[in-house]
Ligand binder design. Structure first.
Ligand code: ZN
Length: 211
């Protein structure tokens, strides 16, 4: 249950400094969100100089595929996957990937890469004519699959997290929140048909109205 954590972080920051990069903000000066679990991944690099952060990409992931719970996704993003644990892990052990955030089924949020840095979540991708979305985006992975629905706790946390990130990066307008499948069509299908965009976007709008 991370909902109280994000809420308390929001409260601690006060209304006057939403997402500011300072000591009292929701995101610290190194680009890490206050109050969530940090598992720094080695899979990142610097964004290109002067790159604006103006895109949010939603994904799903589960390891092994379709199995929820456990720490395999964390291990994967940390290059610590034990390939003896499941045959599928041998297929992906060579990959070096990450996302900025991971939201588990129970709503727990883990951060793997500073929002200031370039996480490796999008791969070959393009949005509105601009290639390599990793350069200018943030990536959030939801624990799930294309064949499952997401939990309400995940939506609540995703909305809270989105608003914090938009406080830091106002150029992430609602129309610049997309799925992995939108920026890598034909290659990627996540977050999949089970992701309720209408619900997510209406929660965002409500949250905007109340802020
Ligand atoms: Zn993805």
């Amino acid at each position: 249950m991370d909902k109280p954590i994000i809420k308390s972080a929001r409260k601690a920051a006060g209304e006057s400094t939403p997402g500011q990069l300072n000591e009292s903000g929701l995101i610290d000066s190194m680009g890490w969100l206050v109050g969530v679990i940090r598992k720094p991944s080695p899979n990142f690099n610097a964004r290109p100089a002067h790159a604006a952060v103006d895109l949010l990409v939603i994904h799903n992931i589960s390891l092994p595929p379709e199995q929820f719970g456990g720490a395999y996704v964390d291990d994967f993003f940390l290059n610590q996957l034990d390939t003896d644990e499941h045959p599928y892990f041998r297929e992906i052990e060579h990959l070096q990937v990450s996302a900025h955030f991971f939201i588990r089924r129970d709503g727990q949020v883990v951060q793997f890469v500073s929002v200031l840095d370039r996480a490796w979540h999008a791969g070959q991708s393009e949005w509105l004519g601009l290639a390599d979305c990793n350069n200018y985006s943030l990536g959030i992975e939801l624990e799930g699959s294309d064949n499952s629905l997401f939990t309400e706790l995940q939506y609540q946390q995703l909305v809270g997290l989105t608003q914090i990130l938009r406080g830091q990066f106002p150029a992430i307008t609602p129309e610049r929140i997309v799925g992995h499948s939108d920026i890598a069509p034909g290659r990627k299908t996540d977050p999949g048909p089970g992701f309720d965009w209408l619900h997510y976007r209406s929660c965002l709008t409500k949250s905007d109205l109340h802020s």
